[in-house]
Design a protein around this ligand. Structure first.
Ligand code: PMP
Length: 356
């Protein structure tokens, strides 16, 4: 830290993204929940065309993209804000809907960026322990005062809440915001976007990084009623009105014209997830019931770090989290292509043979 760094950021501990190996050894990357498939050919073609217009600023209103999204998601274009990844919408939400008297409230095991967003925005936060079975303690969340942040499905557990539970949280206190982070919703959970018209206190975020294979393009959406969207837009336009570049806007619109491609890929991932889960269970692993594009697994005879390191030695990257204590024996494993899953399963067989 330089002597010029503002005191307000003293102790700020940034989010640590999953390893992105560059050059050197080739890894099978199952650590950041990316899609194993390329973006839709329609997205790619639209992006290539947009490159020629990069001499101009991108459309700060993302109007074409929002119109396409309006058709696909069944909400008005004014119910959508576009961002540089859903992380950006989430960050705006911490900024817009939390303050000293309105803490951020989220589960103790959830997306690791939430405490960082809270700290960066200098708002207090409270972590509510997941239940023993790793499900969100909806009753305890509902009893809290503050803005609720719920990843649905949750990460890194993959466990999903029903729409009924989301509705219960929304109705538990209509005077507070509920932010539902649906980064992984397309792999088998129920989306709350359809509830936006009914609940003024709902903000739903989604990303193009997972089901739409566009992690590197950085595109995310927020869905909410007009006035809530206007709050986010106020912040967005006070920071960077050009937050979504024109290639990404074009690619996003192209991807939304190819929902069949997205659906098909999600079905492959869901099938691979179910097969991978069955394999891991046969080998004695404990698993959560994941509705995401990853599984969360622990083996009673191998520590979480040990398993992570042994996979790494064999050229496979998965994600291990050092906190909280109750998940240190687990690893989060992205569900990839069938070929990647085969390599992973072979490596696991080798590790188990060595250890047991
Ligand atoms: N929410 C959750 C639960 C995530 O795991 C991620 C991806 N790391 C995000 C949001 C953010 O995704 P992106 O910024 O790529 O849209």
């Amino acid at each position: 830290m330089s002597r010029f760094f503002s005191e307000k950021y003293e102790g700020l501990s940034p989010y640590v993204p999953g390893e992105q190996p560059r050059g050197g050894r080739k890894f099978v990357k199952l650590n950041t929940n990316e899609s194993p498939f390329p973006p839709s050919p329609k997205a790619v073609a639209a992006g290539i065309e947009a490159v020629n217009g990069l001499n101009l600023y991108s459309d700060p209103s993302c109007i074409e993209l929002r119109r396409k999204a309006s058709d696909v998601f069944g909400v008005g274009a004014d119910n959508i804000t576009c961002a540089n990844g859903s992380d950006e919408v989430l960050n705006f939400a911490f900024s817009a809907f939390c303050d000293c008297g309105t803490p951020a409230v989220f589960p103790d095991v959830t997306y690791g960026f939430y405490p960082v967003f809270a700290a960066q925005n200098r708002v207090p936060f409270k972590e509510i322990p997941l239940k023993e079975d790793f499900s969100v303690d909806v009753e305890r969340m509902a009893a809290e005062k503050g803005t609720l942040f719920i990843a649905n499905p949750n990460a890194p557990t993959g466990v999903a809440l029903s729409l009924e539970a989301i509705r219960f949280l929304l109705e538990s206190d209509a005077s507070r915001m509920v932010v539902v982070d649906e980064a992984y919703v397309d792999f088998g959970a129920e989306s709350a976007v359809g509830l936006v018209g009914k609940y003024e206190n709902l903000l739903v975020t989604q990303t193009f990084s997972k089901s739409r294979s566009m992690a590197g393009a950085r595109l995310g959406f927020g869905f909410a009623q007009e006035r809530v969207i206007a709050d986010i837009e106020t912040l967005r336009n006070s920071v960077n009105p050009y937050n979504v570049n024109s290639v990404t806007q074009a690619m996003g619109a192209g991807a939304l014209e190819d929902e069949a491609y997205t659906r098909e890929n999600c079905l492959v991932i869901e099938k691979n997830r179910d097969e991978l889960s069955a394999y891991l269970k046969r080998r004695g692993f404990l698993l959560t019931d994941s509705k995401a594009n990853f599984v969360f697994a622990a083996h009673p005879k191998i520590g979480g770090v040990g398993f992570y390191l042994k996979l790494r030695e064999r050229g496979i990257l998965v994600r291990h989290f050092g906190r909280p204590e109750r998940i240190v024996d687990y690893n989060r494993i992205t569900v990839g292509s069938r070929e990647q899953t085969d390599v992973f399963e072979k490596a696991v067989d080798g590790i188990l043979e060595e250890i047991l």
